[in-house]
Design a protein. Structure first.
Length: 393
């Protein structure tokens, strides 16, 4: 096998991800496609991930992309995570990763309905509630959750989850909508709240997209997701792909075979996978700096992150389950994070001193990001321990 060094992986990341200032993407759709998907669990991540990769982007332009053009669509998929997909990739996700999530959601919700005594046949109850939601939305409807709860009696139900001190009562409506969303039967429509807050209306696929997307067969769907991932994140290991897809080793191995993935030797000694014909490293790049948001697709693209991240920094910059907070990058390695001051300005917090040249370049990126925020402060549920500590200091 050919050797693909960590330095060469960082060079490829700089070019393909558009995080190097010289290789930023011309528009947000191109940037989204280049990253395969954008994380969208927190609404600001889509805006900030695109800001890092497209010059001159505004918040209004991203809102236009999501709500009017609808060329990037939010869809629940890999690892039960909400992502921003380009429209052409939706059928692949719906037939594979999203279908896997939908099956799991149905089983869990049906079991909870039965244990709570709401119905003896949990599956039948859930399917009936789902059908009622679709009927109330109709061909062109768009309703928020409170309105749906008023119009669909089943959605007013509350279920107690867990037991003992861990038990809690919660409404069933969000989980029914999650199931319908994973199936691609409903989509998150216009956001009634601020761009930093998720308060979507829910609408049918036909109303939001103008058509009902047809899922690809499972194997074809996974193969397409893996093909896109390999272009964006390759070389990456089987472990990376299993984690990123939220799938089994069997599924990943089949998809790698379906796309005729080629193996390369990594510095770790493991086999990394790339698309056939993509084994040649990219040309070197000039030194570069970037500031990436919480849950950025670059930060979250691999499970095995040592080639860009010092393992000693993981407890400070990631939570206990591997969700990355804000990050500051110099030449393809994470050197710290960034926080916002009360006036919205961006300040960099270093885990290691990258030197004067790097600090100047990162300060320039902080100014660019501060300008984008225009005085607004964005909080995050997934703030890293380092960021939380800075806020308390």
């Amino acid at each position: 096998m050919l050797r693909f060094s960590d330095a060469q992986r960082r060079t490829r990341l700089a070019r393909r991800h558009g995080v190097h200032p010289a290789f930023r993407h011309p528009d947000p759709v191109t940037a989204t496609r280049a990253m395969t998907v954008l994380h969208a669990t927190e609404p600001p991540t889509v805006h900030l991930a695109l800001q890092a990769r497209v010059d001159g982007l505004t918040i209004d332009a991203v809102d236009e992309l999501l709500n009017e053009q609808r060329t990037v669509v939010k869809q629940l998929a890999m690892r039960r995570t909400l992502f921003g997909f380009t429209r052409d990739l939706l059928p692949a996700a719906l037939g594979s990763a999203s279908a896997r999530v939908a099956g799991s959601e149905l089983r869990r919700l049906a079991g909870d309905v039965e244990r709570a005594g709401v119905a003896r046949d949990g599956v039948a109850w859930v399917e009936s509630a789902a059908a009622d939601v679709l009927a109330h939305l109709g061909a062109d409807g768009a309703l928020d959750v409170p309105t749906l709860r008023q119009q669909v009696p089943a959605l007013a139900a509350r279920i107690t989850y867990g037991s003992g001190k861990w038990s809690q009562e919660a409404p069933v409506a969000p989980r029914v909508l999650t199931l319908l969303g994973a199936r691609g039967q409903v989509f998150r429509g216009r956001n009634a709240g601020h761009w930093r807050i998720s308060r979507p209306s829910w609408t049918t696929a036909r109303a939001w997209l103008g058509e009902d997307p047809v899922p690809l067969p499972e194997a074809e769907g996974y193969a397409e997701l893996v093909r896109r991932w390999l272009w964006t994140f390759g070389p990456g290991t089987e472990t990376d792909l299993v984690w990123w897809l939220g799938a089994t080793k069997t599924t990943v191995r089949r998809a790698l075979a379906d796309v005729a993935a080629a193996g390369v030797e990594l510095d770790s000694g493991e086999t990394g996978w790339v698309l056939p014909g993509d084994e040649k490293p990219d040309e070197p790049v000039e030194p570069w700096a970037a500031l990436l948001p919480t849950l950025d697709p670059t930060t979250m693209g691999w499970k095995q992150r040592d080639f860009y991240l010092d393992p000693a920094d993981v407890p400070y910059l990631f939570d206990s389950v591997g969700n990355g907070g804000t990050t500051a990058w110099w030449c393809g390695r994470v050197v710290g994070c960034w926080v916002q001051e009360p006036d919205g300005s961006v300040r960099i917090v270093y885990r290691t001193d990258p030197g004067r040249t790097a600090r100047a370049a990162l300060d320039a990126e902080a100014g660019r990001l501060t300008e984008f925020f225009a005085g607004e402060v964005v909080a995050s549920t997934f703030a890293s321990p380092q960021v939380r500590g800075e806020r308390l200091s």
